[in-house]
Write a protein of this length. Sequence first.
Lengths: 246, 202
Amino acid sequence: MTEDGAVLGAGVPDAPAGGWRTATVSGVRRPIQRSVQLRLDVHDRIDHLPGQHYVVRLTAEDGYTAQRSYSVASAPGDPLVELFVERLDDGEVSTYLADVVEPGDELEVRGPIGGWFVWDGESPALLVAGGAGVVPFVSMLRHARALGREDLLRIAVSARTMAQLPYADELVAAGALVVLSREEYGIRPAGRLRAEELLPLWEPDQTTYVCGSAAFAEAATQLLVASGRPPASIRVERFGPSGGPA
Amino acid sequence: MPGPTRGFLGRRRDRDARLPPGQYDAGSDWPVLTAEPTPRIAPETWSITVDGAVEAPTTWSWDEAHALPRSEYRGDIHCVTTWSKFGTWFAGVSVDTLLEAARPTAEAHFVMATSKTGYTTNLPLEHVTGGQAWIVWEYDGKPLPIEHGGPVRLLVPHLYFWKSAKWISKLTLLHRDQPGFWEQNGYHDLGDPWRQQRYQGD
């Protein structure tokens, strides 16, 4: 229990959930190195909430399967589901998706999944991402834009360099705070995210969403808690070689 | 079930028999995946309570829990996100020991595990008895690291690892099953890795 005995996730409404589906690959783009952006036409699709994810399952000729989870970048109103996949050199699934998949291919997918790391489109939110952790926030941003409620979102994104920041143009255009650890950005010297940089993004009653590698998520959440954010108002999604719950 | 994915060969063909379907060997890695900020819990403020449908609701402090008979687990763990880790070594106390003291009533059939963070997960009682579940504070002979649930976590290694609640503080015996945190969000109520019970309906 937390200090006030609150149950994590209590009062969070049920999110949509879908079973296994066939998806036809409609578009394949590689806007930044070591990654791929897949646009999928999911048959009999159940619309997601921004922040939810899909599982992709690959099956070999002999029936061997491998599956991984990927956050959705597209808004619910998009006719296609867009996944952004970081290519891991030793990744069994990500190397296939990045190197082999072509438009017209069929993939087995399951989703949407997850009900905690979602934005309802109505509440103020602070979004803090590291690297490919921006993906669920791109979905939230696009959804906010469709609703005309971009005022609800405050966004901070961190990457090593601008070239390694997924969806950089879209995030910059939305006014996101950009933090680069390995190069200067405007007048900001290279360096990690600092607590005081987040203070201008604070608004009353915000829910904070943190998404990124385990190391980034841990550092960012500790920064937020140390500067006074109630832990119960912070939702975290950590990914490593895999995503979702442990 | 559709046919094969075009051009997918897959890797690891000579699969280790310890690996449940759809899992891969994480080797020396131990990924950290949690939905909430990592809490800082001082051992002297930690306690474990067994309550609900029991005859003697009981709370043990850190020192009281450590005075109970030590019990260890050596074996494998499996996360629903598809990594497995072989040959882990945890130590703490068997959940059987706690239940012997609290004495579940005849109507108790399920357990809700609750963490200090408010995280919850539900388990059938028969899956946390008979030497299948532990409250652990040691990993590899050292204090359990905070990011892995230290100072104390639940360990139910025959089920997917989200059932092994980090930062455990309470086990509540229930007459009827209730979904916990991930279970409300579409994950399976039991979570047997050998039957690939990842999501509701699997």
